[in-house]
Design a protein around this ligand. Sequence first.
Ligand code: NAG
Ligand code: NAG
Ligand code: NAG
Ligand code: NAG
Ligand code: NAG
Ligand code: NAG
Length: 281
Amino acid sequence: MASQGQVVFWSTTMVIIILAAVIALIIGFGVSGKRSISVTALTSPGNIGQRGVLGCTFEPDIQMDSIAIRWAKAGVAGLVHEFKGGKDRLQEQDASFQGRTAVFAEQVIGGNASLELRDVQLSDAGTYRCSVTTAKGSGAAVLRYRTGAFSTPKVHVENSGSGDTLQCEAPRWFPRPTVHWTACSAAGEHLPHVANTSYELNAENITLKVVSLLHNITANATYTCVIENNIAKATGNVTVTDFSITRGTNVQLVSLQAESVSRSLPACHWMLLLPLYLLSI
Ligand SMILES: *[C@@H]1O[C@H](CO)[C@@H](O)[C@H](O)[C@H]1NC(C)=O
Ligand SMILES: *[C@@H]1O[C@H](CO)[C@@H](O)[C@H](O)[C@H]1NC(C)=O
Ligand SMILES: *[C@@H]1O[C@H](CO)[C@@H](O)[C@H](O)[C@H]1NC(C)=O
Ligand SMILES: *[C@@H]1O[C@H](CO)[C@@H](O)[C@H](O)[C@H]1NC(C)=O
Ligand SMILES: *[C@@H]1O[C@H](CO)[C@@H](O)[C@H](O)[C@H]1NC(C)=O
Ligand SMILES: *[C@@H]1O[C@H](CO)[C@@H](O)[C@H](O)[C@H]1NC(C)=O
């Protein structure tokens, strides 16, 4: 008797759960009219005056005609860019983005909704929304775009009266970066290093030219100049021996992953509704 009661209880529960799921699904579809598609956005910091890419991908769809991509920016009245039916639609574009934007048209079919932004301005920083509609449904993702300036340093040796000096020079940085040097000799010991760093405002009044001098260097050592701000970190190094000087440089953008990753969660809608239906039954 007890096991029969249990069977009845469980089958009733199953029926309720299945019914609730079906109702939730129907409501979920009804509310949005279409299914949600997954959209993901990701970007790295923009370098003033250069070309930037705001990354966005979506679940691909072979029907190009039905794909619509809209880029909008928080606090900007017009659109950043619109691409629909295989063509740019720029009637609603905000004047501040005129002539500077493009999507990668031939890659759209593969699920690439990324935006190319030319001549990046400091004021382009902000929150962007990438919305995509296809025959399968629609979705959106948000990203935070940061802007500044960064450049590769050049390191060279200067022979002055009082011993050799290393000069590390980078043409454009913003915000004002910190500069430090590391030095280690061929024997592996760390050498003392005191540098004299200066910043000079460039003609456009935003970016800074960075020059750092390291005096009294010794032979048989590798010196690395590290320039760093909140958007990028760059290094330049030289290995000085009695006979030769070898150089290397490297630039890396800071916290790529931390650059606000946001995705729409298509399943979320009705999964959240499900417990509510169970409660109300
Ligand atoms: C989209 O395509 C462009 C051009 O090939 C590429 O640079 C970019 O990385 C692509 N974006 C994504 C998110 O795949
Ligand atoms: C750093 O450079 C400035 C300008 O060239 C100079 O006036 C100053 O004495 C230097 N300081 C050191 C510690 O070398
Ligand atoms: C830069 O600033 C200086 C002084 O603040 C000003 O005289 C000059 O016109 C500015 N230059 C530009 C390109 O804005
Ligand atoms: C470099 O070293 C010499 C000799 O050790 C010293 O006299 C001089 O003050 C040093 N110069 C600097 C800029 O540290
Ligand atoms: C640097 O290394 C070379 C080869 O090992 C050696 O001949 C030379 O004396 C060293 N120079 C200094 C300043 O240590
Ligand atoms: C110097 O720079 C090159 C190029 O970035 C790098 O491969 C190398 O590891 C660096 N060397 C040191 C000692 O930092």
